[in-house]
Design a protein around this ligand. Structure first.
Ligand code: IDP
Ligand code: MG
Length: 138
């Protein structure tokens, strides 16, 4: 069981469509206004190798080639955020994977409509956060 009072850190990646659509500031602002603290930011490219490590569980899915093309087509903004129960809090701010189903008021619910191009990645557990931080930050 995770302790909901624990200060955690989580990994957030703003995907290429967030930059292309001019939504970087809006998205960062939402996390900041919630009270989460940004710890690190890094613009970087995602190679097919990094994509396959990051999306390890998804490489055998039929949609994986589309996901790989998307995540490698331009720079992403990798970041680390800290705060009370940060992993679950950020997942709630992000909303459901499919933006068409994501609640209004969430990032995907307010700004997305495509199930692949859904603007943002956020870790789904503290263990995933540490793994993903290790992949994206040296
Ligand atoms: P999450 O980003 O909400 O954690 P995951 O299931 O971990 O969702 O999927 C990772 C990413 O893969 C999604 O954010 C989305 O970009 C893409 N994706 C997931 N499911 C589908 C699908 O059914 N079709 C196309 N792309 C998908
Ligand atoms: Mg996921």
């Amino acid at each position: 069981m995770s302790d909901s009072n624990a200060v955690e850190r989580t990994f957030v990646m703003l995907k290429p469509d967030a930059l292309e659509r001019g939504l970087i500031g809006e998205i960062i602002s939402r996390l900041e206004r919630k009270g989460l603290k940004p710890v690190r930011f890094l613009w970087r490219a995602v190679s097919p190798e990094l994509a396959a490590k990051h999306y390890e569980r998804l490489t055998s899915k039929p949609f994986y080639p589309l996901l790989e093309a998307y995540i490698t087509r331009g720079p992403v903004l990798a970041s680390i955020w800290e705060g009370r129960d940060a992993v679950a809090v950020v997942r709630r701010l992000v909303g459901a994977t499919d933006p068409a189903l994501a609640e209004a008021g969430t990032i995907r619910g307010d700004f997305g409509l495509d199930v692949t191009e859904n603007l943002i990645h956020a870790s789904d557990s503290p263990e995933a956060a540490e793994r993903e931080i290790g992949l994206f930050f040296d």
